[in-house]
Design a protein around this ligand. Structure first.
Ligand code: HPA
Length: 273
């Protein structure tokens, strides 16, 4: 049923393996402003446009690279730059790299993002361990024929984020003296930020952080049996939580401020995964 997709995944995998012989075990997706770690991968950076069937970037200067190599003692595949639904891609395109990284050999995935804090006990600059998510995108990347080779038609999502990695992140945060928040990430479509009323609704629904990414990639990764760690950087308080407007500048400023702590935290977790 999904022969075309399987062929496309294999073509992408073959193209990557022609350039990189190392077999990655951990996939990483680095969110807005959090991509600096990718430069530390000892290996090769493959521009997305050189990988067959990867989406073409819509944003000038935001092409993105897939880094394959060694980082913190692990073989990794690191995406610096991800595809978002709001850019106009469909969710098959958004999640295609996850399928490819799975097929390259990755059994685990670290996914990171920037998000607005809904939980009023959070502060701007906090890191939040994603313990669960709510899909408010209104679409699902698994819609359509199932790729039986990768996973079941009706995959379980009751523990989407791996218990063992949650415990590991808690341990590392204590050792490093980092305040690590925990909570539910809510994904909406964007690209506009939420209204204050939407954030109030998310709060009522149990949401702790609001963003525009991550959920599609996690659904596809779980579908194929990957183990997942999700870390959010609370780059701003969500709409209506504080009496001030939201801006992309604030998001970038916060990731810039937090990047040293974030880097040290992620690398130590990766080392011990
Ligand atoms: N809402 C949605 N996405 C975001 C936000 C937000 O407040 N901050 C960073 N990404």
């Amino acid at each position: 049923m999904c022969n075309n997709e399987i062929i496309e995944i294999k073509e992408a995998v073959n193209a990557i393996q022609e350039k990189a012989s190392l077999k990655p075990e951990v996939a990483m997706i680095l969110g807005s402003g959090l991509g600096g770690i990718a430069k530390e991968v000892e290996g090769i950076a493959i521009p997305y446009e050189e990988i067959p069937h990867f989406a073409k970037s819509t944003v000038a200067g935001h092409a993105g690279n897939l880094h394959i190599g060694r980082l913190a003692g692990k073989n990794v595949a690191v995406m610096s730059g991800r595809f978002h639904y709001y850019e106009g891609y469909d969710l098959k395109q958004v999640t295609f790299p996850v399928r490819v990284m799975r097929e390259l050999g990755c059994e685990s995935m670290i996914v990171t993002n920037a998000a607005g804090g809904i939980n009023t006990s959070f502060s701007v600059g906090d890191l939040m361990l994603i313990t669960d998510h709510i899909n408010f995108l209104g679409v699902n990347p698994l819609r359509g024929g199932n790729i039986d080779e990768q996973g079941p038609r009706f995959p379980d999502m009751s523990m989407a984020y791996t218990r063992e990695y949650i415990d590991l992140a808690r341990t590392v945060s204590k050792e490093q003296g980092i305040t690590l928040r925990e909570g539910t990430y809510v994904a909406s479509m964007g690209p506009c930020y939420e209204t204050s009323a939407e954030i109030k609704m998310y709060q009522t629904c149990g949401g702790d952080a609001a963003g525009m990414s991550t959920v599609p990639e996690v659904i596809v990764a779980r579908h194929s049996g990957m183990q997942i760690l999700g870390i959010t950087c609370i780059t701003n308080m969500a709409a209506g939580i504080l009496p001030q407007p939201l801006s992309h500048e604030e998001v970038i400023e916060t990731t810039e401020r937090v990047k040293t702590v974030f880097r040290k935290f992620i690398l130590e977790i990766l080392k011990r995964m």
